[in-house]
Design a protein around this ligand. Structure first.
Ligand code: NAD
Length: 563
């Protein structure tokens, strides 16, 4: 068997594919200018330093083994906690410089959530690292210590995007360190002030032999991907995600992909008039926070035709009168776009849409400002519906038949990262048939009923996509598990061979019988027949106790017969 090897020749083709992707992406087709970073602000890592930096971490992991200590991990996390807590204003300011990020959005949606998660991780790590006893053991092994250990995977590469550059990096990094790994971190070069500051803070807080930062763009990421890791986590767009997964496959490196997609918001027919203003507020916030550059943003609305007119009027009112009255591009409550290419692409989407402009459409290229823009009466072929918008544009589609609306979602933009459903009836799928139809038909990374986005801030719920929105998940214990290997560990004694030797040759009928009885639950009896429904709740306690007892009796008699 040939071991997997690094194919260095392929680094050129990787670069070529990056370039091709840059050119062929629909997002890029309107502009030939690739997004750039101010390299006076962010010094890119020299390419020849990258293998050395990664190797240093590898050596720490294998030789010093210090990250195996829970005490060590906790102390490192403590250093990170205080470093961030003491620099909240600097972090906020860096993102204001990068893309006019509203200070409240940085603090409320990123830093507070991240600090909450690190505290939760530190308070729970002793429980998460405890070996978990294995249940359902065969009778012959029921007294053995058999358990699942969660061991560090080793060297982890984390590649992050610009849009929530603090939370999306922080959550992954603390999960990887909590699980006992060493971390190579590649922040997005598109938020250079932030990348510079955040890396510096983490480098000051963490030991330099367990944490290494790579700054840069395509060349540096390509070089980084030529090194061998034990796990790679990529958050960003689907095109680059595909390339990362292909490159990782060459060395059989497991990958977590946190990607994007078009997340719909359904407003279904049972909505009451009194609820419409609240629904409009939540949809508007879910679309225009961070100027729409949110992976789980409401990408489009699908509203039942009986609600349509009132909802559109309410959305317009919320934008123009409540959230953004007299909005200027200098407003501290409204974020701008990350780069000129995004600005140009989104401006083109607005200009070429065949829908009806309800509000917005104002742009300022010099500050990359696009006002909250709502476009009504769009269809599935509209410019707004071709791909994830990732900007401050909200298209509205109307449906009259839920079933055909669901078929349209599945055929155009299946497996979104999130789906949102607004109802005036019960919020539970078991008592609301419409919700049940939607959540059964559409597989999504997450589902929220009557709200948006908040699930991302849950410190202990799995966050991740399905299908085209990615695979793997993280946050809280799920990050810890994502960066651990679950190792089955089996402690056996040497003195008990007399009870276990039925497996050894020469095989006899009696030994086979004993071996099979020792591996068979309930003495070989089952609680389900060959036809009819299988009881959903399992065998029941009387069956379990009775046939469990029978099984022990059989084992004793087979044992006596075999020895
Ligand atoms: P980005 O451009 O900042 O890229 C993300 C990372 O990929 C960066 O570190 C960047 O350097 C690297 N990268 C980008 N282009 C590359 C290339 N050609 N070669 C090598 N590396 C490259 O961010 P983005 O990808 O524009 O982010 C937006 C997308 O990410 C959206 O689709 C959004 O939905 C998705 N996203 C998903 C999540 C999630 O949790 N699922 C979170 C945030 C963003």
């Amino acid at each position: 068997m040939t071991p997997p090897t690094q194919n260095h020749k392929d680094s050129t083709s990787l670069e070529e594919s990056f370039t091709k992707i840059e050119q062929s992406s629909v997002l890029d087709s309107n502009s030939k200018t690739p997004p750039t970073c101010n390299r006076d602000v962010l010094q890119y890592t020299p390419l020849d330093e990258i293998p050395i930096g990664v190797k240093k971490l590898k050596d720490t992991f294998h030789k010093s083994q210090k990250t195996h200590s829970i005490q060590y991990r906790l102390n490192q996390l403590r250093n990170v906690y205080f470093k961030i807590k003491d620099n909240i204003d600097n972090i906020t300011e860096s993102l204001e410089k990068d893309f006019h990020r509203a200070p409240s959005e940085t603090q409320n949606l990123e830093v507070v959530v991240g600090l909450n998660e690190i505290v939760h991780t530190m308070s729970s790590l002793h429980k998460w690292t405890k070996p978990e006893p294995v249940s359902g053991l065969p009778l012959a092994l029921s007294t053995n210590p058999i358990y699942i250990e969660r061991i560090p995977v080793g060297v982890v590469l984390i590649i992050s995007p610009f849009n929530y550059p603090f939370l999306l990096s922080f959550s992954a990094i603390i999960g990887a360190i909590a699980a006992g790994n060493v971390v190579v971190f590649k922040p997005s070069e598109l938020a250079p002030n932030f990348a510079n500051l955040f890396s510096k803070l983490l480098q000051e807080a963490l030991d330099d032999d367990i944490f290494y930062v790579i700054h840069g763009g395509v060349d540096e990421t390509t070089k980084a991907l030529e090194q061998k890791y034990d796990k790679i986590m990529y958050t960003g767009n689907n095109f680059v995600g595909t390339i990362i997964a292909k490159k990782a496959a060459e060395t059989l490196t497991p990958v977590i992909l946190e990607l994007g997609g078009k997340s719909p918001a359904f407003v279904i027919s049972d909505v009451k008039d009194k609820d419409i203003p609240t629904i409009a507020r939540r949809i508007v916030w879910g679309r225009f926070v961070n100027a729409g550059q949110t992976c789980v943003a409401v990408d489009y609305v699908l509203v039942h035709d009986s609600i349509h007119d009132k909802l559109v009027a309410a959305i317009k009112k919320v934008i123009e009168e409540e959230f953004y009255p007299n909005l200027k591009d200098s407003s501290e409550s409204y974020t701008h776009l990350i780069h000129d290419r995004a600005f140009d692409n989104l401006s083109t989407i607005i200009k070429t849409s065949k829908g009806k402009l309800i509000t917005g459409g104002e742009t300022n290229k010099s500050s990359r400002f696009i006002s909250p823009t709502v476009i009504d009466n769009v269809d599935w072929n509209d410019s707004t519906m071709k791909q994830e918008i990732f900007g401050p544009i909200l298209p509205i589609l109307t449906y009259s038949n839920l079933q055909s609306a669901l078929e349209d979602v599945i055929s155009h933009h299946d497996t979104p990262l999130a789906q949102y459903i607004f109802t005036g009836g019960s919020a539970n799928r078991h008592s609301n048939a419409q919700i049940n139809s939607i959540v059964t038909a559409i597989r999504s990374g997450a589902t929220m009923i009557n709200d948006v986005i908040l699930h991302v801030g849950l410190v202990n719920a799995p966050f991740g996509g399905i299908g085209s929105s990615g695979y793997g998940n993280y946050h809280g214990i799920y990050s810890f598990r994502a960066f651990s290997h679950e190792r089955t560990t089996f402690e056996q004694k040497l003195w008990n061979d007399v009870a276990l030797k039925a497996r050894y040759p020469p095989y006899t009928e009696k030994k086979d019988k004993l071996f099979q009885t020792s591996q068979t639950a309930y003495g070989g009896n089952v609680w389900f027949g060959r036809t009819g429904d299988v009881k959903v709740g399992g065998p029941g306690s009387i069956f379990s106790a009775f046939y469990g007892f029978i099984g022990i009796g059989k084992l004793i008699s087979d044992f006596i017969a075999a020895v």
